[in-house]
Design a protein around this ligand. Structure first.
Ligand SMILES: Cc1ncc(COP(=O)(O)O)c(C=O)c1O
Length: 394
């Protein structure tokens, strides 16, 4: 073909490196290799059975048809109630809540609905791999602001101010963060919201890990700070990480009525509704909140134990430094003292010791690697021994 088969968008987009590492580790395992996988960004527990049962019942009852594009009314209602209680919505308005096929799609639609050519989107790094690609797919330009471990991986308002321009349109926040597990406290979050209000910026707050917290820390949603904040913050979340429902593909989005309507319209023309019977499972999770949170608490006991085990092992490895995380299920150690690029480090670690981690490069953070502790204690113990042996030979 004269101009090739692909569009500019397709030529410029990179495949998700985290999914690629996971696929590689799974392929090695399938080929009989004894791989310790720290790549996966998903809980290793099953979805709580009462949620699965509700979905099975919906299927049995024939809830297998198209649903309204923005989500089944009962689920939007119940999410609106929760967001109202959290202060993210000033009134219980289900029309401001959208259910999408995954938090990833909620993020994409949030960006697509509000940003375009000529706009700049400020992305604090280390960032979740998909943000820059989504911004580019919307025709906008990512402006990355880096915060290393010496500042707890959190950007300051001054750093954001330094990259502001007349084209600045949105700041993306992700607290607790993938890949670092860091969490913005109230004061830090308030300072960024204040800056967004002062400079007339939108915020996309990706809160997909909002319930996976440790050390008794508290999560803060920027939309809950004031009416003005609520108007300019798009809050994204979903069922994947909290309830171990990654394969269900269910995300949420809350925004002001104008943005929510635009997101619903975009969704109606691109995917239509998130899977109908899956939404009935999610509805049961929402309607039995205490039971759902009890299931989350049970998962958290395991995540916390593994977090501390992995943290201690990494901190005890000569040449590695590792920040204590406060949320999600990742640690993001600094491996820069070895003088290898993070891609080289992770490729060799997989090749030589069969340990799968994700290179920090993928998250806009050279000199780091990401390990997910959503894996068994045995894998963590075995993986740590291999990492220590690998590092000892470098
Ligand atoms: C920061 C962040 N946001 C959003 C998502 C998307 O989650 P999902 O599409 O499974 O709901 C992920 C998944 O890895 C994530 O880590």
């Amino acid at each position: 073909m004269k101009n090739g088969y692909l569009s500019t968008w397709a030529k410029n987009v990179s495949p998700s490196p985290t999914l690629a590492v996971d696929a590689k580790a799974k392929a090695l395992k399938a080929a009989g290799e004894d791989v310790c996988g720290f790549g996966a960004g998903e809980p290793d527990f099953d979805t709580p059975s009462f949620i699965k049962d509700a979905c099975a019942q919906a299927l049995a009852e024939g809830k297998t048809k198209y649903a309204p594009a923005a989500g089944i009314p009962a689920l939007r209602n119940s999410l609106a109630q929760r967001y109202f209680e959290k202060g993210i919505l000033s009134e219980k308005s289900p029309n401001q809540v959208i259910v999408s096929p995954g938090g990833k799609y909620s993020c994409y639609l949030a960006i697509l609905a509000t940003c375009g050519a000529g706009d700049e989107v400020i992305i604090p790094a280390p960032y979740w791999v998909s943000y820059p690609e989504m911004v580019k797919l919307a025709g906008a330009t990512p402006r990355v602001v880096f915060a290393g471990d010496e500042q707890g991986f959190k950007v300051s308002p001054e750093q954001i101010e330094e990259v502001l321009s007349p084209a600045s349109r949105m700041i993306i926040l992700n607290s607790p963060s993938n890949p670092t597990g860091c969490l913005y406290n109230r004061k830090e979050m308030e300072a960024i919201v204040e800056l967004a209000c002062k400079h007339d910026l939108l915020i996309m707050s990706d809160e997909i890990y909002e319930y996976l917290l440790y050390d008794e820390v508290e999560h803060f949603s920027p939309a809950s700070f004031s009416e003005e904040a609520a108007a300019r913050v798009i809050t994204v979340s979903g069922f994947s990480k909290t309830f171990s429902m990654t394969g269900w593909r269910l995300g949420t989005l809350v925004a002001n009525p104008e943005i929510s309507k635009a997101v619903a319209d975009l969704q109606s023309q691109t995917t239509s509704n998130a899977t109908t019977f899956a939404q009935f499972g999610a509805l049961t999770a929402m309607e039995n909140w205490d039971k759902s949170m009890q299931a989350v608490d049970e998962m958290l006991v395991h995540f916390d134990r593994r977090r501390l085990k992995l943290l201690e092992g990494l901190q005890g490895t000569h040449g590695i430094t590792c920040q204590r995380s406060e949320g999600a299920f990742y640690l993001f150690p600094n491996i820069s003292s070895y003088g290898l690029s993070s891609e080289e480090f992770s490729a060799r670690l997989l090749e030589e010791e069969k340990v799968a981690v994700v290179s920090g490069h993928a998250f806009g953070a050279e000199g780091y690697i990401r390990l997910s502790y959503a894996t068994s204690d045995e894998i963590i113990e075995k993986g740590l021994k291999r990492i220590q042996s690998f590092c000892g030979n470098l």
